[in-house]
Design a binder for this molecule. Structure first.
Ligand code: FE2
Length: 378
């Protein structure tokens, strides 16, 4: 199915994107959140913008690992500017969450004009940011909930990240855990809205529907969801969109929508070349993962065939395996990384497989439901 769609849609990319530029979170306390991502996830703090650099009402921490760039922004004085007020209100409504999945493009003005012409709602008109390292052109449009896509053109910029940020090299610099790049970012939208957003990505941004999971594929005894994976022209950007489906009990997507108070980013999948080593480090540093029953590993070999990894290690760490026609993948999911049951992470290693672990959905969603039950939300 996916192959036929690729052949039909691949020849002309109507919205060229080079890759994910950065993901910006609005958080309640960026200083502490930055420490968590450094200590637990092995990100390096490389840049900062705040009162000391001339921005009086907000602070932003730039974290990097491999090609992954996270920006954590907090409001210091919500009364001083509309920008700071927006950050504070975002946090009040959603808790810590993703505000911006920024995309790296060659021509931000052109990409913005195309998106708006095709129906996107503007968030930021094209803006040029200068410093002695050159200039960045950026613009942004809205997607689901209060989330946006910034477009970032950096071909005339030689600096660290963006004008306004200063490089930092703190004494505290825990080693990385082998995270390389953002594999995919998943959005949760309301019942009945999945196809609207699928249509948005197809029409506005030239994405194609790579895979579709209906409520029969993704269901447990109690709840279900539907999901469509959208991919851009060069396949570097993949955005699965989930919506809840009716079940006997409340689905994990409904729980998210209740606690995030609307649609938003549910999880980001971060890729590694050595998942056993990455997950071992993350666990040692306090990252909590969902666990599956040991019975999952009993018939693993029959289900997925021969794999390079030692099943004993996978079982000890709770890493899941799935195979598709192109190869196999290994994946594991963290518990939510904050008190609201909203944002979490997936750690993924692809060994040829281009899919998303459909064979693990049942075991995984049963694990999520056990956690929902503990929170009193099932
Ligand atoms: Fe995922």
């Amino acid at each position: 199915m996916a192959t036929a769609l690729e052949l039909a849609a691949a020849p002309h990319d109507t919205f060229p994107i080079n890759g994910t530029d950065y993901i910006e979170f609005y958080v309640g306390n960026a200083k502490q959140a930055a420490h968590y991502y450094r200590a637990a996830f092995g990100f390096q703090l490389v840049g900062y913008r705040g009162p000391e650099t001339g921005v009086r009402d907000r602070a932003s921490y730039l974290l990097e690992q491999g090609k992954i760039r996270f920006v954590l922004t907090t409001a210091i004085r919500a009364d001083l500017s509309p920008e700071a007020k927006k950050v504070a209100e975002h946090v009040q409504t959603h808790g810590d969450g993703v505000h911006d999945i920024a995309l790296w493009v060659d021509d931000a003005r052109d990409a913005f004009a195309k998106a708006v012409e095709r129906g996107a709602t503007p968030f930021l008109e094209p803006t040029v940011l200068h410093d002695d390292q050159g200039e960045i052109v950026t613009a942004a449009f809205k997607i689901y909930g209060e989330t946006v896509h910034s477009l970032v053109e950096r071909k005339n910029y030689r600096g660290l990240f963006m004008p306004g940020y200063v490089a930092v090299a703190p004494h505290y610099a825990p080693p990385g855990v082998g995270l390389k790049y953002v594999d995919h970012c998943v959005g949760n939208v309301e019942l009945g809205k999945m196809n609207e957003w699928v249509e948005f990505y197809a029409h506005v941004m030239g994405f194609r529907n790579l895979l579709t999971f209906d409520d029969k594929t993704i269901s447990t005894e109690y709840s279900s969801l539907m999901s469509k994976v959208m991919a851009n022209g060069n396949d570097r950007i993949k955005f699965p969109i989930n919506e809840p489906a009716r079940g006997k009990k409340k689905s994990q997507i409904d729980e998210y929508l209740d606690y995030y108070q609307g649609p938003g980013v549910q999880h980001m999948a971060l890729a590694t070349d050595d998942i056993v080593s990455t997950v071992t480090s993350l666990r040692d540093r306090g990252v909590e993962f969902l666990s599956v029953p040991t019975t999952y590993y009993r018939d693993l070999q029959q289900r997925v065939g021969k794999i390079d990894e030692d099943v004993e290690s996978l079982s000890r760490l709770g890493i899941l395996v799935d195979r598709d026609p192109d190869g196999y993948l290994l994946q594991i999911f963290t518990k939510p990384v904050e008190d609201r049951p909203t944002v979490f992470y997936e750690i993924i290693q692809r060994k040829g497989a281009k899919s998303f672990g459909a064979g693990n959905f049942k075991a995984l969603f049963e694990a999520i439901e056990r956690e929902q039950e503990l929170r009193g939300n099932l």
